[in-house]
Structure formats: structure tokens, C-alpha cells
Write a protein that binds this ligand. Structure first.
Ligand code: T1G
Length: 699
């Protein structure tokens, strides 16, 4: 157990080194070892002062998140008590912050009497991103060091600050340009020799006295919009306020109660789950970490429409050169105009400098000639969804591009195996499914074809990282993971409207659940014409299933959504917020009558369940078919591609939380009403029977 803590004596200074790779997390073992070494230093008369530091690139990245939910063994002290003991020590304790000090890591540093930091290190309280608040004194000690406003920003915002800022705010005492350990030893010796009592953070009061309570209300208001649905931000503010109104002891107890309540909440469980889920996506069982990946330095995009331009911007933003190819100079110049306008608006909002915009534009070139892209490391085709056209393009690419180049398609519906079949390099063909707007959305579904080699898979996963995306590997099927699930869920909401709900009720229920928008608002934004072709296509694929009739009625009225100032909602010209349309309501009621449906009331919960549990059911099919590697991959896709609220963890996690037996019952009811779209998945049935969850499922 003690391996994770190393101890050295340097003269009269005891040096405690936390060595628990990869993150030096404060596991039970670290806490136990740290406590023991502190105890030894206290009782050893030869030790006059202590330095605490971390091994490697981290100081301490916080409590060990993997141990959350486990009971602390009896022989492991509470970290909170270890800090109290350290703070009360008469021998000075100095933190030498060598790297990241996050969460419990910063709390450990603040439990020391003094803090020295390496210039490249950062400190932060990121707990809010896991759905809770600091639980070992962060809300009490940070305002004492940095003041209330900085503490609010750091704890409620959750982002780390760099060493210089930490010094400016008073979080640390000194930024050490040279040898951190040498300076820490010298500093500790000086403090020990000075004879002055070490300075406990908890004893400081100058920055927390006389604070007007209005500061906290103002902060609450400032963050209201971005913390919708979350509990932790408001609780964090209360705790920081407590620091200004209570004694340290009382404040710590108040923080502790709040922390425990939040930590054990479903929302925090979901956020913790997402933390690991988004790291799991990189792990592909048959593609070992050391698989040789192509070093992609240049790219070509076929098609300069909205998608093609957005994808090109991705490459330019990552500093890679990219060529857009299209059939005519006119198409290319229209495409470049859009790219330029896009960058210009970012510059206007102050998020990009003019110089950076120019550099990025300089990385994008255009051509109508395939010979000009023969050297690209990867080509991404982003033309409209026409199998014949795509095959023609891939045959041409195969003939013109260098043999090692990867040929990818951005199709969101077509069979990429079939597209690749026209090439002589099916091992280098796969899908890279970007989400619109491609330069903004973080999700990338990398679609693995039957023939793709593991090197090709590794290359596009690595490319995703270079482009700053969250890449999830999926298999070939209609709509892949995200759109296949959406197709069913959105259809269920159409049916619910035919049966008695109204679009604005559906949208509000789903917004209140935590999505940024409900499906009808999304539909108005994307354009009601967008799904028109897909709908006719789907009627052909599934002639025996029930298909919604309302969307096409709205389409035939010429109400195409925001762009025509009318869709499911009415829009004032130039306004993005719609108002419920009386005309649409009349059409809905008339349609129900035509369909012979007696309209009934829907509860908001019923709407959410219809939407989200149908997702989980489709997700179960996808899992069973091996289209997704694990259920958490589906959740990552839904969070990053469709805005599924992080604090709900994604449709699969949400279903697991409810319990799959109950989910099965709910899906069975949907099946009775809406037919084969929501036929209970075999996997759902078997897991429910065995009392298991999606997370338990191993293919
Ligand atoms: N616990 C357990 N494992 C952790 C961890 C942690 N705190 N931090 C990182 N890891 C693992 C991670 O799962 C991955 O494992 C590997 O380390 C590398 O991480 C008492 C209650 C530190 C910025 O929220 O933000 O303190 O996948 O791939 O991009 O009040 O990890 O290799 O098996 O992310 O360089 C607060 C969470 C905890 C920090 C590094 N701390 N970590 O990023 O590498 S709560 C956090 C991060 C707390 C106190 C409270 C990042 C990172 P594997 P990585 P990276």
C-alpha cells in the first residue's frame, strides 16, 4: 500500500512524494500513506519541516474517482482529517506543486502552510464538472487565499488557472523558475529556522471578511443560464458564502454535508460515468494502442458545401493544410465565401484574431482537378447522398490518390462497404461522419467498414484527436449510431403528436429534461425539407410500418422551418424563437380525426420516456449487432452529437438507472402503440430477465 508514497529525508526536511500514476490520484492507499508519513514527520525530532510533492507531470489530479461509491476501509483515515492534522502542525509544511493540482490536489496544497509552484503547473477545483463540489475544504480555504470572487470563478467555473494567475490571486506564494525541489527545501528550511508559527490557510480571514451577501446573488444570476438543470453550482455558491459567515469548523462541516449529498446524487453519478465514458471510446479491443497510425499532415475534401467547408475548417484550425475539390470554380468560390464568413463572425465575436483567421484561410486551397489532391494523406468525400455519385468519386480517387492515402466518406446514411467496393483499397476506406456545423460539433463517428485495416482505424481515431474531436468508432448500418437512434425517437414524438400531444408540449418536456431544444424546434432549425427525402426513402424500406403523416403535411404547406419563418412554429422575420402556430394546431387535430385517433392527454414524463427509452431500445439493438462497442459509446455519441444532458448520462445510462425491467415494460407499451420501430430489443429482454444493466453487457 505504501508504494504510492515515497519518503526521503533531506537533512532536516522530510520529503513526501506522491507516486501513483497515471494521475497521482488521492486513492485510499495514497491517503493512508500520506497520513502515516505526516505522522512520522510530526513525531520525528530530526524533522523540522516537510515538503509534499508529486512524481511525474501531476502534483495530484484529485480524489480517485474510481473509488467513489466504495466504502473507505477502516484503516484509511478521512482525507479531510489528514488536512486538519497538517494544518495544525507546528512544523511548516510546504507544497511543491510540480504539475497539475486539481480537486483534492489543490485542497492538499491548501492544507499545507505554503505553496510553491512550477511555471508550467496549473491548479483548479474541477469538481463541478463531476456534478459535486470540493469535499475537503476547497470551498472554505480557497476564498481565504484567493478571495471570494476568484473562488467563485474557480469552483463554480471549474477551469484550472496557470501558475502566474495562481500567484497573482494569492493561491500560491511563489512561482519557481528553476529547480522546484531545491527551492522548496530551501524555503522549508527558512520557515523552520524563522521560529514563526506556520501560517494555516484556515486561520486567514482578511479576504473573507465584510463580504456583502449580494455578491452571491449576483453570481447566481450570472450563471443561471449555463447551469440549468445542475444542482452543484448553486450549492457551491452557498458553501463559499458559508466561508464568509461561519467559522472554519462550521464551514467545513457545511461543505461536507453538501458534498456528500451531491456526490451520491444521480446527476453526479451520471457525470462521473461520462468522465470515464469519454475516455473509454479511445479503447478498441482489436486495435492495440501501439498500432501504427498514419501521420496525417494534409487532407482533401470532396464537395465544398456547408459540410465540406466545415470539415475543411477543422483541418485548418488544427494547422493542417487542406484542399477542397468541387466540380466548378463557382461552387468553390461560394464554398470559400461561406468559410470566410464563418471565420469572420468568430473574429467579430472576439474569439479569433484576424491574424489567426488569415493563417487558417491560408491553409485552405481549392481545385477542380483530382490531380491536385493526389498527394493528400486522407480524402474525405462530402457530397450529397447519392450512391452512384459516391461510387464514381471513389473510383476516381482510387485511381488518382497515392496508394497509402485513406479514402473516407462523410455519408450519414449510405453503405460505406458498398462505396468502398469500387476501390482496390477497401482496407483504406471507411466513414468519418462529422456533425453539422462540422467546425463546431465535437463528435466524430468513425465508421468501420468490413475491410478497413486496424492501421486505418487507428489513423482516423488519431486524426480525430488532432482535430480536437471526440471520436467514437461505430459499424456500418442505416444512420450509424446517432441518426439511427434519432430516427426512431423523433418518429415517436411525431406519433405522440398525432395521438394527443402538441409539438410545444413535447419540446418543453424535452427541454425541461435538459436538452437544449426539443425535436420540433430542432426540425424547424434544420429545415422540414431535410427529412422529406429520408421519409419517402423510409416508407420504401419499411412499407409495413406506421409512418407519421404530419411532417409531410407541414412540408407541403411550404412551411420549411425558420428559413421560411414558419414550420411547426410561427416566426417573426429575423427571430429564432418561434411561437406555437394555431394553423399547425388545427392541422394536427384534423389529422388525428382523419386517422381515426381519439386524442388523449400526455404527461411530460410519458413524453420523455417515449423519447429517451425508445433511444435505449434502439441502442440495445445497436449493441447486440456490434455496431457500437459498448453502451457508454452510445451515450458519448448522444451527448456530444445531440446534446443529451451530461447530468443524465445518455440514453443507455438513463435506462440503466431506471432498471432494465422497468424499461422493458415501458418499451413494451411503446411497441403496443407504435409497432415495430420500438419492438423490444432481444438484448433488452435478456438483460432485463437476468437483472443486469447495459453497462454489464460484454459482447
Ligand atoms: N481519479 C482516477 N483516475 C483519474 C483521475 C482521478 N481523479 N484523473 C485522471 N485519471 C485517469 C484517467 O481515467 C485516465 O485513465 C488517466 O488518468 C489519464 O487521464 C476531495 C472529491 C488530470 C486533466 O476531476 O481532468 O478531488 O483511461 O486520459 O488528458 O474535493 O484526467 O488511462 O485508464 O484524462 O492528460 C477532481 C479529473 C476529483 C480531475 C489529465 N479531479 N481528471 O488529463 O489524461 S474529485 C478531477 C482530469 C476530488 C475532492 C474531490 C484529467 C487530467 P486511463 P486522461 P489527460
Amino acid at each position: 500500500m505504501s508504494d504510492v508514497i515515497r519518503f526521503e529525508k533531506k537533512g532536516a526536511i522530510g520529503v513526501i512524494i506522491i507516486d501513483n500514476p497515471p494521475a497521482n490520484a488521492l486513492s485510499f492507499a495514497v491517503c493512508k500513506g500520506l497520513n502515516a508519513r505526516i505522522g512520522e514527520c510530526m513525531s520525528d525530532d530530526d524533522v523540522e519541516a516537510v515538503v509534499v510533492t508529486g512524481e511525474g507531470r501531476m502534483f495530484v489530479a484529485g480524489a480517485d474517482i474510481r473509488e467513489f461509491g466504495r466504502t473507505r476501509p477502516d484503516d484509511v483515515p478521512d482525507f479531510y482529517d489528514v488536512l486538519k492534522k497538517m494544518e495544525a502542525s507546528v512544523k511548516p509544511i510546504v507544497a511543491a506543486i510540480n504539475g497539475l493540482a486539481l480537486g483534492g490536489g489543490l485542497e492538499l496544497a491548501m492544507g499545507c502552510h505554503y505553496r510553491l509552484i512550477a511555471p508550467g503547473a496549473e491548479v483548479g477545483q474541477p469538481e463541478i464538472k463531476l456534478g459535486f463540489i470540493p469535499g475537503a475544504g476547497g470551498t472554505q480555504r480557497l476564498p481565504r487565499l484567493a478571495g471570494v470572487e476568484a473562488a467563485l470563478d474557480m469552483i463554480v467555473g471549474g477551469d484550472p488557472i496557470n501558475a502566474a494567475k495562481a500567484q497573482e490571486l494569492g493561491v500560491v506564494d511563489e512561482v519557481v523558475e528553476g529547480d522546484l525541489m531545491a527551492r522548496a527545501l530551501e524555503f522549508a528550511a527558512e520557515k523552520a529556522a524563522s521560529g514563526e508559527a506556520p501560517l494555516a490557510t484556515g486561520a486567514r480571514t482578511n479576504k473573507i471578511s465584510g463580504i456583502d451577501a449580494g455578491v452571491f446573488d449576483a453570481y447566481r444570476e450570472k450563471i443561471a443560464a449555463r447551469s440549468r438543470g445542475l444542482d452543484a453550482p448553486d450549492e457551491a455558491i452557498k458553501c463559499i458564502q458559508a466561508a464568509t459567515e461561519m467559522t472554519l469548523e462550521e464551514g467545513l462541516a457545511f461543505e461536507r454535508d453538501t458534498f456528500v449529498k451531491l456526490r451520491d446524487s444521480d446527476k453526479a453519478k451520471a457525470m462521473r460515468y461520462m468522465f470515464f465514458a469519454e475516455r473509454e471510446v479511445a479503447k478498441i479491443p482489436d486495435v492495440p494502442k501501439d498500432t501504427k497510425a498514419l501521420d496525417i499532415k494534409s487532407a482533401a475534401i470532396i464537395g465544398s458545401g456547408t459540410m465540406g467547408g466545415g470539415i475543411a475548417m477543422n483541418f485548418a484550425n488544427a494547422g493542417l493544410s487542406v484542399t477542397m475539390l468541387d466540380v466548378s470554380e463557382d461552387a468553390l468560390s461560394a464554398g470559400m465565401d461561406k468559410v470566410r464568413a464563418n471565420y469572420a463572425s468568430t473574429v467579430k465575436r472576439g474569439r479569433l484574431s484576424q491574424a489567426d483567421m488569415d493563417t487558417r484561410l491560408g491553409l485552405i486551397s481549392t481545385t477542380t482537378d483530382y490531380a491536385d489532391i493526389s498527394d493528400a494523406d486522407i480524402v474525405i468525400e462530402a457530397v450529397f447522398e447519392d450512391m452512384g455519385l459516391k461510387k464514381k468519386i471513389f473510383a476516381e480517387l482510387d485511381a488518382k490518390c497515392k496508394p497509402e492515402a485513406i479514402l473516407a466518406s462523410n455519408t450519414s446514411t449510405l453503405d460505406i462497404n458498398e462505396i468502398g467496393s469500387v476501390t482496390k483499397r477497401p482496407d483504406k476506406v471507411l466513414g468519418t461522419h462529422f456533425f453539422s456545423p462540422a467546425n463546431v460539433m465535437k463528435l466524430l463517428e468513425n465508421v468501420r467498414t468490413d475491410g478497413a485495416s486496424i492501421e486505418t482505424v487507428a489513423s482516423v481515431m488519431k486524426l480525430g484527436k488532432t482535430l480536437g474531436k471526440i471520436s467514437v468508432l461505430v459499424g456500418v448500418c442505416n444512420g450509424f449510431v446517432g441518426n439511427r437512434i434519432l430516427g426512431v425517437a423523433a418518429r415517436i414524438t411525431d406519433f405522440m403528436v398525432e395521438e394527443g400531444a402538441l409539438p410545444w408540449q413535447v419540446d418543453k418536456a424535452i427541454y425541461d429534461f435538459g436538452f437544449a431544444m426539443g425535436p420540433f424546434t430542432v426540425n424547424d432549425l434544420a429545415g422540414i425539407d431535410i427529412r422529406f427525402l429520408t421519409r419517402s426513402e423510409q416508407r420504401k424500406i419499411w412499407p409495413d410500418r406506421r409512418h407519421p403523416v404530419l411532417p409531410d403535411k407541414v412540408y407541403h404547406l411550404g412551411r420549411l422551418g425558420q428559413k421560411t419563418n414558419a414550420g411547426w412554429y410561427d416566426y417573426e422575420p429575423g427571430q429564432r424563437r418561434g411561437t406555437p402556430s394555431k394553423l399547425i394546431e388545427d392541422i394536427i387535430i384534423e389529422t388525428s380525426a382523419e386517422l381515426g385517433i381519439e386524442r388523449r392527454a400526455f404527461t411530460d414524463q410519458e413524453i420523455v420516456d417515449g423519447y429517451v427509452l425508445s433511444m435505449a431500445n434502439t441502442g440495445a439493438d445497436i449493441l447486440q449487432e456490434g455496431i457500437a462497442l459498448r453502451s457508454s459509446d452510445i451515450d458519448v455519441i448522444w451527448h456530444y452529437g445531440y446534446g443529451f444532458p451530461r447530468y443524465r448520462g445518455g440514453p443507455m445510462f438513463y435506462a440503466d438507472l431506471i432498471g432494465l425491467d422497468k424499461v422493458y415494460d415501458a418499451v413494451s407499451r411503446l411497441y403496443d402503440s407504435y409497432g415495430d420501430w420500438v419492438k423490444p430489443s432481444e438484448l433488452l429482454i435478456s438483460l432485463a430477465k437476468e437483472g443486469k444493466s447495459f453497462a454489464d453487457y460484454q459482447p
